[in-house]
Design a protein around this ligand. Sequence first.
Ligand SMILES: Cc1cc2nc3c(=O)[nH]c(=O)nc-3n(C[C@H](O)[C@H](O)[C@H](O)COP(=O)(O)OP(=O)(O)OC[C@H]3O[C@@H](n4cnc5c(N)ncnc54)[C@H](O)[C@@H]3O)c2cc1C
Length: 413
Amino acid sequence: MKTDTIVLGAGIVGTSIALNLAMRGRSVVLVDRRGPGEETSYGNAGLVERASIYPVAFPRRISALADVALGRNPAAHYHWNALPGLVPWLFAYWRASAPARILDYARTIETLLAHSLAEHERLAGASGAGHFFREGGWLKLYRTEAGLENERSEFPLARQYGLSAREIGVDEALAMEPSLRPVFRGAVIWSDPHSVSSPGGVTQAYAAHFAALGGHVRRGDARTLARLGSGWSVTTEEGGVEAPEVVVALGPWAMDVLRPFGLRLPLQVKRGYHMHYHAADGAALSRPVLDEEGGYVITPMVGGIRLTTGVEFARRDAPKTPVQLDRTETLARQLFPLAARAEPEPWMGSRPAFPDMLPVIGAAPGQNGMWLAIGHQHLGFTLGPITGRLLAEMMDGETPCTDPAPFSPHRFG
Ligand SMILES: Cc1cc2nc3c(=O)[nH]c(=O)nc-3n(C[C@H](O)[C@H](O)[C@H](O)COP(=O)(O)OP(=O)(O)OC[C@H]3O[C@@H](n4cnc5c(N)ncnc54)[C@H](O)[C@@H]3O)c2cc1C
């Protein structure tokens, strides 16, 4: 089969790219070894995090680093045997987390975040996925004054970008979410973000609309990607597909395909877990809630209350070690009446991450006709649709809606 473009990876990023290209009239084959939205884009916290101008940075204070090293911070966990291979990456991450560079990061990521809601709305409107979305922002809870103080320090920059963060007392937080218990001393409501009740469902709705526009969704192994003349070929369960252009949007698995073509990019993973619970005693939640010092988010999903954990540094394919889930579940039960676990096994996924915390969106160095859209870390669900628009504009040779230079793979040399 011949097509204009092959898109490898049907997570939120690849699916949004395929849909944008199809909406522009291209013929596209979207290839995944599973169904659309069944991996990382299924298991996240479902926040369209419009206000996330501050990154999840490497701890700079010795005390914060010691908390991670000694296992005192439930938001972080690591495997000793993964650390030696991660040293250069962690060092680059630490450098990128310097206060001055955080301001550069904010300026850069804002160029994408500013489009994040509108691009989801555009795709959701066209795909009939609007029912998954809800307004109401997200609520961050603080158990300590130090935590609150730290959060307040983010307000001035947020205001500079026109974002709304409002400190509220325990009573107002309980009025917003009456099923919470007052185990916290203060809260901040960030009203700009939206959230969804099923990030996998949203991705699948975008894929279904892509198919309705004539796009092809095929099962196949992206590692069969090969050069074919000046173009590309890939093998799927329904036969070979050929195209002059290919987009690699394989999230945490991207390097499995890129390495054989000689591409060396510093992509690592930050693993995370989730579990669903039924709410006990008729309790309910209407928006995502972050327990900052507890190191977890609880959010209402179609499958129940989803608890998502922070970051685990481990080899991508190492067996699950859901210690963070066990620790945070105890804290979450203090905050919200959770009934029994609704699943036998915790879900685990891997946030694909570059050390400067920015995604790569652009042409692959030295590989004519290959495009990359990878490494969206903590913001992949948020940024999938704008990534799709930006890359489609670049591929069509148009003036892009925002400067793609900061996201170029060339920044890694
Ligand atoms: C616990 C947790 C909470 C999160 N919360 C949020 C949040 O609230 N908001 C937010 O914006 N982001 C969040 N994220 C991050 C977000 O989920 C990711 O950044 C995003 O899903 C990455 O999307 P992707 O399309 O790049 O990757 P994926 O969704 O992983 O898609 C990659 C696809 O490639 C396919 N694939 C892999 N190898 C092959 C192969 N050899 N052949 C064919 N196909 C292959 C996979 O099957 C998969 O479908 C969270 C992540 C985690 C882990």
